[in-house]
Ligand binder design. Structure first.
Ligand code: AHG
Ligand code: MN
Ligand code: MN
Ligand code: MN
Length: 347
């Protein structure tokens, strides 16, 4: 019934943001921040779509702080995101997968909000024309430390890190944009999850998925099973159980893995199931980064009635200790994540 609030095809992201402002869910400053993120996503969608004909495939030639070879589009998307956020004058601190340290946006030009982002997720898919995405989260500045107290550069840097390292439960908004057969921006400001599809003819995000709910269960699992031998025994036992036809009325779970969290998560939101990136012997905390991958996605999952877990605890409860910290992630339908936890929790 709540979905009737919106006339599909007639509500754009802009009108929705204005409505949220009227309802008091967000303030006008935040509406500006969120529109600037939408602008960055539109620009990245256009760059991704033209990558093969505008010399934007392949490597940039540098590594990021996590030792990943940056693709040209990782670097360009980072610049686009960062410029869009800076130009609003409403963003105080930004942190990105592609930057070693959070950046304090110049004082004369800054507002309050703290924004964390993965400018291009799944970038190894780019050269093959497969789905990629962007992920973001936004916080208010931490009450515990004000940037005004900083007397020197080092204190300022430390305070920026503290402002960025807030637990996911403090998020004021989170979202992702999928660049695929269509460009879909999925967003929550803490009152449900809304999906907007880009109409390329008018250049606007138009509401297509009001009040998204992740199905309570779903028989799809999305894990990089090439890592199986390096997983803990409890995760192996869990995956083994999904493949036993006799356990599931003759039909085992289906496996789907794109290798771009945004794509795999978006499918999970719509069809149900579970996405997992477990810890492994060579990487005890897995691969995905807490601040700009696991926390925003877990916020969305919870807002849509699903769950985000490390297998041991709720992702949104974790107090980050470093900007690029990694944590294991199991996310999606409530019943599926609970079933996984029945193997991993308290072990
Ligand atoms: P990014 O491209 O932002 O570095 O993120 C890559 C992540 C995520 O998108 C994806 O789900 C995962 O890496 C895939 O990792 P594997 O190739 O190890 O499966
Ligand atoms: Mn990367
Ligand atoms: Mn990523
Ligand atoms: Mn990335």
């Amino acid at each position: 019934p709540r979905q009737d609030e919106y006339d599909l095809g007639a509500t754009t992201l802009t009108t929705w943001l204005l409505k949220q402002e009227l309802k008091g869910t967000i303030d006008s400053e935040f509406a500006v921040v969120l529109s600037s993120i939408a602008l960055a996503c539109k620009q990245i969608a256009s760059l991704v779509g033209r990558a093969g004909i505008s010399n934007l495939t392949g490597l940039a030639g540098e590594e990021n702080v996590q030792g990943e070879a940056q693709k040209k589009l990782d670097v360009v998307s980072n610049t686009v995101f960062s410029n869009c956020l800076r130009s609003t004058g409403r963003t105080g601190i930004i942190a990105s997968e592609e930057e070693e340290f959070p950046v304090f946006v110049e004082e004369t030009f800054s507002g309050n909000y703290v924004v964390v982002f993965d400018p291009l997720d799944g970038s190894s898919n780019i050269d093959a024309g497969i789905s990629v995405g962007s992920i973001f989260g936004a916080y208010l500045p931490s009450e515990e430390c004000s940037l005004e107290d900083a007397e020197d550069g080092e204190t300022l840097m430390n305070n920026c890190v503290l402002n960025v390292c807030q637990p996911g439960k403090m998020l004021k908004a989170a979202g992702y944009c999928l660049y695929s057969t269509s460009t879909v921006l999925v967003l929550s400001v803490g009152d449900g999850v809304f999906g907007f599809t880009l109409d390329p003819l008018i250049g606007e995000f138009v509401m297509s998925h009001p009040y998204m709910q992740v199905p309570e269960s779903g028989k799809i699992y999305s894990f990089n099973e090439g890592n199986y031998d390096m997983w803990d025994d409890d995760v192996k036992a869990y995956i083994d159980s999904l493949k036993k036809p006799e356990k599931w009325e003759g039909k085992p779970y289906s496996s789907r893995y794109i290798g771009a969290l945004v794509g795999d998560f978006h499918r999970t939101m719509l069809y149900g199931g579970i996405y997992g990136y477990p810890g492994a012997t060579n990487a005890p905390n897995g691969k995905l980064r807490l601040l700009y991958e696991c926390a925003p996605m877990s916020f969305l999952a919870e807002q849509a009635g699903g769950m985000g877990s490390t297998g041991k605890e709720r992702v949104l409860d974790i107090d980050p200790t470093a900007v690029h910290q990694r944590v294991p992630l199991f996310i999606g339908s409530k019943k599926e994540v609970e079933y996984l936890e029945s193997f991993t929790k308290g072990k």
